[in-house]
Ligand binder design. Structure first.
Ligand code: FAD
Ligand code: UDP
Length: 372
């Protein structure tokens, strides 16, 4: 078999690149995927009770990048959906990102009012303030508030999720969920948000449905690479694995999902409830909120973070911190030596905490370079 491109991984990055190369350059692509399905971590499927579940955790599409939204909209219509998350703090469920509504839910009204005024005069109404920045506030009241939010919302969750304290990670990690000096309870504030109307997997299937694209599932590329003739490769798997861990393992973080399904219409009031302080899991997602399904059963996923061990579980998250970036740079140097023959892309190979839209944006940019 001869193809122009071998693409390793059928996640959103691999799907985007395969689709562009096949449809715009008219070149032949083989996508090889070691799992038994396409879609990578954004894969969804119906469970036995007919509930559409995301096998690898809740995926909500959100972007402010119009080009990315328009690109994917060729392959799906969208169910308008604005994700809302509550966190259990001191026995109450309050909005996360922590905002003025959370403040009033947890503190007596007069004290909350005083803190609200101070927040607004320091940062302005509707500002977003990362918790590690709020902790540096000069004002005494704000320092007390910051310490409270840090302890109740961030510390326990981050320790569970990463096995590290917030300040041991790149500030961008906790900065994804900044304290909001406003009353917008949505998890994301991007201009475009939604869930593919017929699910992610259907969207990916449409992207790959092109006569120039062939998909091979259940195969690690290493098993087939000698048998396939190709001109160039795009690799979207873990970077350290590609180089046989020559500089030592690049830390990734894993999860295991406990799926529970039962004959009740609803379990919780929003798509996701976080448990920063109790239990070993970080959050519970009830999928019907995302898909908007009206079926008698419901399905939940409990997320239990765990250490990533190659060949035992999945590398879901790069671990953003300086020493890991340093190791990544050693691998990047090796990657560059391969020049144009092997290109690296995606959350695992770029070792970046991409959301789906960022993965697509990077893939589209790489395609422009390739098409040059
Ligand atoms: P992946 O989806 O990881 O795909 C890589 C593929 O390569 C995998 O299928 C893997 O099996 C395959 N592969 C690896 N090595 C090999 C090999 N040697 N041979 C063959 N195949 C191989 N993003 C959002 O925008 N919104 C969200 O709400 C959101 N929620 C998330 C929740 C969780 C729990 C997680 C883990 C991620 C979430 N994300 C979310 C991020 C999103 O999953 C990623 O941005 C996206 O999946 C990245 O796509 P990718 O193609 O780069 O990588
Ligand atoms: N976070 C937290 N408490 C929360 C929500 C998030 O401490 O209630 C921190 C935690 O470190 C987490 C990070 O913020 O890993 C990013 O959260 P996000 O929901 O974006 O994570 P993802 O959906 O990517 O797992």
């Amino acid at each position: 078999m001869h193809v122009n491109w071998l693409i390793v991984g059928a996640g959103i990055t691999g799907c985007t690149l395969a689709e562009r190369i096949a449809s715009q350059l008219g070149q032949k692509v083989l996508v090889v995927e070691r799992r038994d399905h396409i879609g990578g971590n954004a894969y969804d499927e119906y469970d036995a009770a007919g509930v559409l579940v995301h096998r690898y955790g809740p995926h909500v599409f959100h972007t402010s990048n119009r080009a990315v939204w328009d690109y994917l909209s060729q392959f799906t219509r969208w169910r308008p959906y604005q994700h809302r998350v509550l966190a259990v703090v001191d026995g109450k469920k309050v909005p996360v990102p922590f905002n003025l509504n959370s403040l009033y839910a947890l503190f007596p009204a007069r004290y909350a009012g005083k803190l609200e005024d101070t927040l607004i005069s320091n940062y302005g109404f509707s500002a977003s303030v990362p918790i590690l920045e709020l902790k540096e506030a000069g004002d005494m009241d704000l320092q007390v508030l910051a310490e409270y939010i840090y302890q109740r919302v961030f510390y326990g969750y981050t320790l569970k999720q990463w096995g590290l304290k917030p300040e041991e990670l790149d500030p961008l990690v906790t900065g994804r969920v900044p304290v909001r000096v406003g009353r917008d309870d949505r998890y994301f504030q991007d201009a475009y948000q939604g869930i593919p109307m017929e699910g992610y997997t259907t969207m990916f299937r449409r992207m790959l449905k092109h006569p120039n694209i062939h998909v091979l599932l259940n195969a690690d590329y290493k098993e087939i690479v000698e048998d396939v003739k190709f001109d160039r490769m795009i690799y979207t798997g873990s970077l350290d694995a590609f180089f046989d861990y020559a500089y030592g393992p690049l830390p990734y973080r894993s999860l295991w999902f406990d799926f529970v399904s039962f004959n009740e219409e609803w379990y919780q009031e929003v798509g996701t409830v976080n448990y920063p302080n109790e239990y070993d899991f970080t959050r519970i997602t009830e999928y019907k909120h995302l898909a908007g399904q009206r079926v008698p059963w419901t399905a939940l996923a409990y997320e239990y973070p765990e250490e990533y061990v190659p060949d035992r579980n999945e590398p879901y998250y790069p671990v953003p911190r300086q020493e890991n970036y340093d190791r990544y740079l050693s691998y990047l140097k090796e990657a560059r030596k391969l020049g144009n023959t092997v290109l690296f892309a995606g959350r695992l190979a770029d070792y970046k905490y991409y959301n789906m839209d960022q993965a697509v944006a990077q893939a589209l940019q790489l395609f422009e370079e390739v098409a040059g």
